[in-house]
Design a protein around this ligand. Structure first.
Ligand code: ATP
Length: 343
């Protein structure tokens, strides 16, 4: 049976980059059944559902979800985002968010020193808790006395399982990032669980950094990092920073996983890129590398390596989009990767 892949390009740049990822998967020999679903701002405005109950039913049956990006100026960002991406992450309990940053070509790095450019790190971001659960409220809204509370939710189970996953994927070191000097309650739980889980992995090096120090160290010398494990908000912020270190938002992939159920949703780190969407110039690399993470997760590591190698070679030859120094369109950049897979 071929793997069943639910395809959700959604909006903006997502609609342009996901077809390129599928094109590359087919060229790499992925004998999958791709089924595209009508989940996007148009469907939301038409039906009132971010995801209709029928589509939700089908998504549950997929072996993996290949995702683009959500967002549209015509809809309320928070409610729509919550109804699509956050719902998928929360209800499928995709608690691990993997965000690798690997430098495929020297010229994409903003780091001057050559010895600081061997970037190949992984951010393991907690994906189902933190401030993203939407707990809180606004009191005396709209008045001068207004009070707004946004709760940062951290649970014993949630923190433990994400730290455990970081150790499961680390090669040389796990760095835990929090802000426990200021956020003493949440940080205290992270510290307790960190120490307990780390004690069971004495073969792996460990280090703790406050998030401000982590941001500074990532810019100073990103080569020092292997795996960084952190909460939902800090993971979101630091992974934009690491994306920029290896060529920008256009090249960064991500995986949302539940290692217990095997479920996974794979999406580029970038959003809908409204400033450049629809012009045929968005970079499909982040989506293609997300597809590579998907096939690795589905048990095809050789195919994943072949796709990654083809991407690296195309970037090296400057057969890529303009944001990373080429002059190809989105579709031509996808073709450049396909050509290397077929050679
Ligand atoms: P959203 O609200 O959907 O997250 P955004 O504009 O806030 O959209 P991103 O879509 O992540 O955030 O984009 C940030 C900027 O990075 C964009 O304005 C664009 O210039 C650049 N960018 C993002 N994705 C790509 C891409 N695939 N190729 C080239 N540039 C990109």
């Amino acid at each position: 049976m071929p793997e069943k892949i639910a395809v959700l390009p959604c909006d903006g740049a997502g609609k342009e980059v996901v077809p390129e990822a599928i094109k590359v998967l087919r060229a790499a020999g992925a004998d999958f059944a791709f089924e595209e679903f009508d989940v996007n701002a148009d469907a939301y405005l038409r039906t009132g559902h971010a995801i209709t109950p029928e589509v939700w039913n089908d998504l549950q049956k997929a072996d993996a979800i290949l995702f683009g990006a959500v967002g549209d100026p015509r809809v309320n960002d928070a409610a729509y985002l919550a109804g699509v991406l956050l719902r998928l992450r929360f209800e499928l309990d995709l608690y691990v968010n993997l965000r690798p940053a690997k430098l495929y070509d020297d010229r994409l790095s903003p780091i001057r020193r050559e010895d600081r450019r061997q970037v190949d790190l992984l951010i393991v971001r907690e994906n189902t808790e933190g401030i993203y659960v939407g707990l809180g409220g606004r009191f005396k809204k709209g008045t001068k006395d207004e009070v707004a509370l946004q709760e940062d939710v951290n649970t014993h189970g949630g923190v433990t399982r994400i730290i455990e996953h970081a150790f499961a994927v680390a090669k040389r070191e796990v760095v835990m990032v929090d802000k426990s000097n200021a956020m003493t309650h949440a940080g205290g739980l992270w510290q307790d669980r960190w120490k307990a889980v780390a004690a069971q992995h004495s073969n792996v090096k460990t280090r703790h950094l406050y998030v401000d120090a982590a941001a500074m160290q990532l810019v100073k010398d990103p080569t020092q990092f292997d795996v960084i494990v952190t909460g939902n908000l800090f993971g979101d912020i630091l992974s934009d920073l690491t994306a920029e270190l290896v060529g920008g938002m256009g090249v960064a992939p991500s995986a949302n996983l539940n290692p217990a159920t095997g479920r996974g949703l794979f999406e580029p780190v970038h959003g809908t890129a409204p400033d450049i969407a629809g012009q045929g110039i968005v970079n499909p690399t982040g989506a293609i590398l997300s597809a590579s993470m998907m096939v690795k997760h589905l048990g095809f590591p050789d195919m994943a390596d072949a796709i990654e190698g083809a991407v690296e070679s195309a970037i090296g030859a400057r057969e890529c989009t303009r944001d990373i120094g080429g002059n190809l369109s989105t579709s031509q950049a996808g073709d450049a990767v396909v050509k290397r897979l077929s050679d």
